[in-house]
Design a protein. Structure first.
Length: 110
């Protein structure tokens, strides 16, 4: 069966037909919901990414170590001399703390 359209009869255009089914408010709501879902998925996936570590944790020195000071060579300082200087300062500080503990420990008990 064929449909013959006269010039006064027009077929429904696609945009007009979609407006009949969904309507403009429904389209806006659908777009908003879709945008929110995409944004939420992006936030969720960005939180799930694997934590990247710049250095190998096994090769990191212990806290208080002066070994990383030798890397000062890379920016123009004498890293070995800097490390030795800091080591001497730390040793003097530890000795001073030990002396203070002895003085406090040997003082009169209250």
């Amino acid at each position: 069966m064929s449909v013959n359209l006269t010039p006064n009869q027009r077929s429904l255009s696609i945009p007009f037909a979609s407006n009949l089914v969904l309507g403009k408010p429904m389209k806006r709501a659908l777009r908003s919901i879709l945008s929110i879902m995409i944004f939420a998925a992006m936030l969720f996936l960005s939180g799930c990414e694997k934590e990247s570590v710049g250095t190998d944790p096994a090769s990191q020195s212990t806290p208080g170590s002066t070994k990383p000071l030798e890397a000062a060579d890379l920016v123009g300082y004498d890293g070995k001399r800097l490390r030795k200087s800091v080591d001497r300062i730390k040793d003097a500080n530890e000795k001073h703390n030990e002396d203070l503990e002895k003085m406090v420990g040997s003082g009169p008990d209250q």
